[in-house]
Design a protein around this ligand. Structure first.
Ligand code: PLP
Length: 335
């Protein structure tokens, strides 16, 4: 049985039309002297799109199969995960409970505005680290259980071995698009949060014997934790696929573009967003895709990429956060 058939055996709750486009960025390619393509996962369905619908199709199906009536997740105030999980829960007719950090970007704008509009039950929590809302989440979960609800918790970023199958599928989809257009990429750049997207795409490419080099641009964690995550998700996918595929070495993760902290916009990221907007009319965000693109531009400048290389950038969405970061676009000098 091939990879696609194995994945088809897992229940999915339909959340988005697929495939997403893989666009050739003609203006940017002319300007930079490479062939640059963009996988448009910012254009998935649900409220303003992004990577989550692919991941959530598997988790929502599991919640329904387990007889749950409530979906819970957590994240930063401008969490894309919270926005899109709320939309997915609504589609599935489930109650939505969101645990959100009361951080610097907690204005009623962008993702938080959309989540509020969709009527999620939002718990704002004081915390130093939005990726560590576990204690508060456990307490709220306990209360829900006491009140007779049956919640299904989906962790930060939506990454579980099961949800990774959504991005293994995306990898298969990209390889099919490559075949259709006779393309082979030297490099694939992705944002790296938990590493779910990164590892799953790498898994699919490796399985289908495509040897493009994968470069993950970390947006929050240092190298060691990123590598541990890659191993964890790789093993988790192997287990679900009943496979023993060995982790290849055609990948790199960079911790150089995080800036001061997760969600803190960098000067290079803001400049990269401007370059993409001005050359292609495509929006990116300051937390994920903008940092990923700044990593790519930096690597090009440092000579890690050659003229004529074919490069695929993964646009995983996140654009609504732009509106909560509007005042950061007045940067006059390097920070
Ligand atoms: C827009 C966007 N891109 C990328 C990611 C990171 O994905 P992963 O955690 O699978 O690395 C996230 C996580 O929340 C996200 O919202």
């Amino acid at each position: 049985m091939d990879l696609k058939e194995k994945i088809q055996k897992f229940p999915r709750f339909h959340l988005t039309r697929l495939p997403t486009p893989m666009d050739f960025l003609e203006n940017l390619s002319d300007r930079l002297g490479l062939e640059i393509y963009l996988k448009r996962d910012d254009l998935t369905d649900l409220a303003l799109g992004g990577d989550k619908p692919r991941k959530l199709e598997f988790e929502i199906a599991k919640a329904i199969a387990d007889g749950c009536d409530t979906i819970m997740t957590c994240g930063s105030a401008q969490s894309n995960m919270v926005r899109l999980t709320t939309a997915a829960a609504i589609k599935a007719g489930l109650k939505m409970v969101a645990v959100v950090s009361n951080d610097e970007y907690a204005s009623l704008q962008g993702n938080l505005l959309v989540t509020t509009l969709m009527g999620a039950e939002i718990h704002m929590i004081e915390t130093e680290d939005h990726w560590d809302l576990e204690t508060a989440t456990n307490k709220i979960m306990k209360n829900l259980l006491e009140d007779g609800y049956k919640p299904h918790f989906i962790p930060v970023s939506g990454t579980t071995p099961l949800s990774c199958l959504g991005y293994v599928n995306c990898g298969i989809e990209i390889v099919e698009q490559m075949h259709d257009s006779g393309l082979d990429f030297n490099n694939v750049y992705t944002p790296f949060g938990t590493g779910g997207i990164f590892t799953s795409l790498l898994y699919a490419f490796h399985f289908l014997q495509k040897e493009s080099k994968f470069i993950g641009i970390s947006v929050n964690r240092g190298l060691q934790e990123c590598h541990e995550n890659v191993n964890t998700w790789w093993d988790g996918i192997n287990e679900l696929m009943d496979a023993h595929s060995e982790l290849p070495d055609n990948f790199d993760v960079s911790e150089d573009f995080i800036g001061k902290a997760y969600g803190d916009p960098t000067y290079a990221g803001i400049q990269a967003i401007k370059v993409m907007a001005e050359t292609e009319g495509i929006l990116m965000d300051p937390v994920y895709s903008g940092k990923m693109f700044s990593g790519f531009l930096d690597h090009l400048e440092k000579g890690y990429l050659k003229k004529g290389d074919k490069v695929l950038l993964i646009h995983s969405g996140g654009v609504p956060a732009l509106f909560a970061y509007a005042d950061k676009f007045n940067f006059k000098k390097k920070q």
